[in-house]
Design a protein around this ligand. Structure first.
Ligand SMILES: CC(C)(COP(=O)(O)OP(=O)(O)OC[C@H]1O[C@@H](n2cnc3c(N)ncnc32)[C@H](O)[C@@H]1OP(=O)(O)O)[C@@H](O)C(=O)NCCC(=O)NCCS
Length: 199
């Protein structure tokens, strides 16, 4: 797909030709190290964070409702990816979020929720609509009632994108164990409100 990108000075740049693939859990498992390299570069984490995160990602591939979309260019080069699964009690993120958002919101948002675990685009390919496309393709394919995620609580491209797509903050400035940055926990009903209506 070729998208157009409007830059701040109003000149237009062609986005790279890319395509979106749906990956099965097995394909994801066989290429998890490639995706974790993108995670590390997009989040500006130290390189040892990739193999650490890969340990959790391998477990996630086994979770009920696992769904993954990947953006590729050229022969087979991954430039972005997003994945998640049906969030369930006993999972690390789920149990923390249940506490963080409180009983009332948990009762509304957590039943039949898809947890967007990761969504990242390589820095040199950001801002061309690729992350949004990965997310909207993924969200259109999952059968859950809601989608939940956590993202650094700051004026970032990710925060703006989620807000534009209809995600609302369920908790601000939340500190997950092991990460010094405050996060926003956000949720949206599915289908996403920011998507155009189907013809
Ligand atoms: C967040 C991320 C996945 C978005 O992917 P992307 O391909 O860069 O983003 P897109 O080009 O699809 O743009 C998404 C939104 O960002 C905003 N945006 C895009 N380009 C922008 C620019 N140059 N300046 C300001 N905002 C911009 C827009 O709000 C856009 O939303 P819209 O389509 O509703 O207008 C990607 O930027 C990324 O990997 N960031 C670092 C890691 C991260 O934060 N991941 C999410 C963790 S929860």
């Amino acid at each position: 797909m070729r998208a157009r990108h409007l830059t701040a000075d109003n000149s237009q740049w062609d986005a790279p030709d890319y395509r979106i693939e749906s990956w099965t859990p097995d394909t994801f498992l066989s290429r998890v190290d490639e995706t974790m390299l993108i995670y590390v570069r997009a989040m500006q984490y130290p390189s040892h964070a990739g193999p650490q995160r890969a340990v959790s990602a391998r477990k996630h591939a086994d979770y009920v409702g696992f769904s993954c979309r990947v953006a590729l260019i050229g022969e087979d080069n991954v430039i972005g990816f997003g994945y998640g699964y049906t969030t369930a009690a006993g999972q690390w993120w789920h149990d923390l979020v249940r506490q963080a958002i409180g009983r009332e919101k948990a009762a509304i948002w957590l039943p039949d929720a898809f947890e967007l675990s990761e969504l990242h685009v390589l820095p040199s390919y950001q801002g061309f609509g690729i992350g949004r496309r990965v997310l909207t393709d993924l969200s259109a394919a999952v059968p859950n009632r809601t989608m939940l995620l956590s993202t650094p609580d700051a004026d970032t491209r990710a925060f703006r994108m989620y807000s534009n797509l209809g995600f609302e903050p369920l908790r601000r400035q939340y500190l997950f164990p092991g990460d010094a940055r405050p996060f926003a926990i956000m949720g949206s009903r599915l289908p996403l409100a920011g998507l155009p209506l189907a013809p």
